[in-house]
Design a protein around this ligand. Sequence first.
Ligand code: SF4
Ligand code: SF4
Length: 436
Amino acid sequence: MAASDITSRADAPQQFDLDRCVHCGLCLNACPTYRQLGLEMDSPRGRIFQMVQVAEGLAEITPSYIRHIDLCLACRGCETACPSGVQYGRLVEAARAQIESGRKRPWPESWIRAFAFRWLLPSRNWLRLVGWALAWHQRSGMQELARSTGLVDEFGEFGKAERLSPVVETPFFYSQYGKVFPAEGERRRRVAMLGGCIANVFFARLNEATVRVLTKNGCEVVIPDGQTCCGALHLHSGLAADARALARRNLDAIAAADFDAIITNAGGCGSTLKEYGHLLADDPAYADRAREFAAKVRDVTEFLASMEWNRDFGPLPLRITYQDSCHLAHGQKVRSGPRQLLQSIPGIEFREMALAEQCCGSAGIYNLLEPEMSAAVLKAKMRNVQETAAQAIVTANPGCILQLRAGVERHGRGQRVAHVVEILDEAYRAKASRGS
Ligand code: SF4
Ligand code: SF4
């Protein structure tokens, strides 16, 4: 995919966005990196100050500036805390795009990035191929051997990625592309569902559960065949032109007017999908369609909670706590819906954890790129989880699920980690298995 593109306002922090910050500091305690390091330059206010310096030509884009921007989780916790309406998420994405446009990376790193962002994530064939290779690695005993002997650690970044790689789920969700799943009972809505990119390989069962839960709620579910990665990981990594190219492919594949809603089960993806209007605002051929598309995007929990959802649940005796996905809570302002859905299931005992809205350290691929800070943030999260004595941690984003599973492995007490939709699906099935 060519990265060449029309320039856009998304490619550098804009003065009117920067001017909104009045430097009050009310966001500081909401920032996980500031809480860990106590350094002004690693706080939202400090990062904005540095962006202002660059924008006004008072400072260069130095390695130190890049480091402080890189260390940001882009969790947007500061946006929620900010009384001035600073749209920090846009600022940090734009700052990264600006950095990336002039950045020369060493060749192995730039090759890996090019492969991951331009070949792998946008391509169904490449993801399938890598998925099958990884499945063989995991099931043949090679993974166990490589990990137990430490061989995997000889491969640098690849080794780190391997240690964090989730279990491949076959058959991949791609096998459902192009299909239409009829509503159970009377059709109340017609929706398009996005399968994600790596979720097709690593969260195929979650995607299937999402289809089941939607059809249980009277939705006809269409899985559009031409869809691709939403571009969120690209945008968070400063590759705005690539994100725009992916957005255009999704707009070409999905006619928003044909659907009541466009559904995702990933908080991180939903946040970017809802910003397609902003992302393509400077593209006359796509701007209107992008706005129309973005207006129809709904997280699956937000969507279900907005309608009279099917409460024909069987009992699930489970003590749970809920971890907000940053991009669902701070990016999309969806907080009550997932909690209401979970609390409507008989047998569920819901325990709110302290700082549930604070990032778990996943942040897309941040846990790969910044493992130390990610681990420190996760450790703090798991302390709050333990205090609830919950048996299960429920969340609404696949990336958070992986991170929290790592948290349970390192600091937990064997808690289960699940998506809201998986719990709903189980409760529907519990009812069905009782035959009533
Ligand atoms: S996005 Fe998150 S990590 Fe970055 S400055 Fe805001 S609160 Fe801190
Ligand atoms: S980002 Fe908002 S809360 Fe933080 S210092 Fe600026 S105005 Fe204050």
